[in-house]
Design a protein around this ligand. Structure first.
Ligand SMILES: Cc1cc2nc3c(=O)[nH]c(=O)nc-3n(C[C@H](O)[C@H](O)[C@H](O)COP(=O)(O)OP(=O)(O)OC[C@H]3O[C@@H](n4cnc5c(N)ncnc54)[C@H](O)[C@@H]3O)c2cc1C
Length: 426
């Protein structure tokens, strides 16, 4: 459905505020950076609160060490093998879908850029750290920050040796990490059980609760004069002559429809970005790659001391963890290509609880909160931080499996782009 904007909108767009679509981590950090740069900002989201979609219960890792993009021939081979195993980290619904097929074709086309994109992602992730910490400090946000590093663990020689090659690319991007033997793994995180070939430790990486952070920063946006229109589902964009755009939306609560002009619109809509980009005449081929998490409630002292504080990435299962304060342990993983489907499947949650029981047998999984979210993934794994074809449209989206890690940097970048553009027109 589409609403047309009244003609009066065109003349008022140049003096209008900047709109940000999406109140996840990308939208809220963008809104904050725009406010700090002196713009008037209105954020839209279809939910009644911030961070209710993918930025709700992710793996928690702020991980430059996970900057390796997936567009590597070995990932394609592993993926094909995994398709034959029900409990594998990857699941692809074979049902034909034009969106999925074009996405996979572009994924394969991005293989030659593996090296460059991995180095660039590491650089971005490092650049994001200080922005993220500065915003939290300025606004007094408690988000269960744990600065204890991230340890990657490997069960066989081949995967360890591949990781050693990745370390060279990460180093090129500015990230140092330490090679570990099996004894080092136990020294760094004594709670972890099992036999490992080796690992890599990145002391400068950290973890925290993305939902707490985003919700805290959303409050700061409002305190600083930004407006957040919750319960507002956007289904129309009208590109105005002279640069602005009018947004049409309906209230998810009352059904009331409205249209409003903006000088610029920044699309930060996660898996909704593809549809909105099409309304603006652009193609942003975000695919929703589903992942699951469990939050293990550490309700007793024994579980609290048997759960790790150092964040882990187990390469064989592609599972990541983070300790969110004394009482919560987050475990996340799996990639499912099944369209915009957020069903929480018991057979995909089970491998996460079993993994917890195997590696941390002293942790009770009696009280576990399951969750599923959709990673807004571009085929080349690189976020889109760019202008649209129309001068009123900008994108900060497509952060895939690393939105928590990268958003603080890309928000800063897009805010600079938008404000420079506005300054040029003055
Ligand atoms: C299982 C799992 C584990 C993960 N672990 C990590 C990790 O450890 N580290 C890391 O860095 N990243 C991780 N990620 C990725 C990270 O969570 C995402 O990249 C990030 O949350 C995406 O943020 P976003 O703001 O782009 O999208 P979202 O948080 O989904 O926000 C988009 C917002 O746009 C709104 N919206 C969309 N369309 C419309 C519309 N038409 N009208 C109104 N509102 C609209 C939605 O309601 C939503 O609130 C993980 C993801 C998953 C699924």
């Amino acid at each position: 459905m589409s609403v047309s904007a009244p003609s009066i909108l065109a003349s008022s767009a140049s003096t209008a505020p900047v709109a940000v679509i999406g109140a996840g981590i990308t939208g809220i950090t963008t809104a904050y950076q725009l406010l700090m740069a002196g713009c008037a900002v209105v954020v839209f989201d279809r939910h009644p609160y911030a961070a209710m979609e993918t930025s709700f219960a992710n793996g928690g890792q702020l991980s430059a060490s996970n900057a390796e993009v997936w567009t590597h021939p070995s990932t394609v081979l592993k993926g094909l093998k995994w398709m034959l195993r029900a409990d594998a980290p990857l699941l692809v619904n074979p049902k034909p879908s034009w969106h999925k097929y074009t996405w996979f074709a572009e994924f394969l086309a991005a293989l030659p850029r593996y090296r460059r994109n991995t180095v660039e992602t590491a650089r971005l992730a490092i650049a994001a750290r200080q922005h993220l910490l500065d915003m939290a400090e300025a606004e007094g946000i408690d988000f269960n920050l744990e600065r204890r590093g991230i340890m990657h663990i490997y069960r066989d020689r081949a995967s360890y040796e591949h990781a050693a090659k990745v370390s060279v690319l990460l180093q090129e991007g500015g990230l140092a990490r330490e090679a570990l033997g099996p004894d080092d793994i136990r020294r760094i995180e004594p709670t972890v059980q099992g036999t490992y070939y080796g690992g890599f430790f990145t002391p400068s990486d950290f973890t925290g609760d993305i939902h707490r952070y985003t919700a805290g920063l959303a409050k700061a946006v409002e305190r600083r004069g930004g407006v957040i229109r919750y319960d507002a589902a956007i289904d129309a964009l009208r590109l105005l002559d002279g640069g602005g755009a009018a947004i049409g939306w309906s209230s998810t609560l009352t059904g009331e429809r409205r249209a409003e002009p903006f000088s610029k619109v920044v699309i930060c809509a996660g898996v909704g970005a593809r549809r909105l980009a099409a309304l603006a005449g652009d193609r942003v081929n975000v695919y929703p790659v589903k992942g699951y998490s469990i939050t293990v409630m550490l309700n007793d002292e024994a579980s609290q001391s048997a759960a790790p504080w150092v964040s882990l990435l187990d390469d064989a299962t592609k599972i990541v963890t983070s300790r969110l304060g004394a009482e919560r342990f987050r475990i996340a993983g799996t990639a499912e290509y099944n369209g915009e489907n957020k069903d929480i499947r018991a057979d995909r949650i089970r491998p996460l609880t079993d993994w917890c029981r195997r590696l941390f047998p002293g942790v009770s999984v009696e009280h576990v909160i399951p969750w599923a979210g959709l990673r807004p993934m571009m085929p080349d794994m690189m976020p889109r931080v760019q202008r649209g074809q129309h001068p009123g449209i900008f994108y900060n989206t497509g952060h895939g499996h690393l939105g928590w890690t990268l958003s603080a940097a890309t928000a800063h970048m897009i805010a600079v782009m938008v404000t420079e553009d506005m300054a040029r027109k003055r």
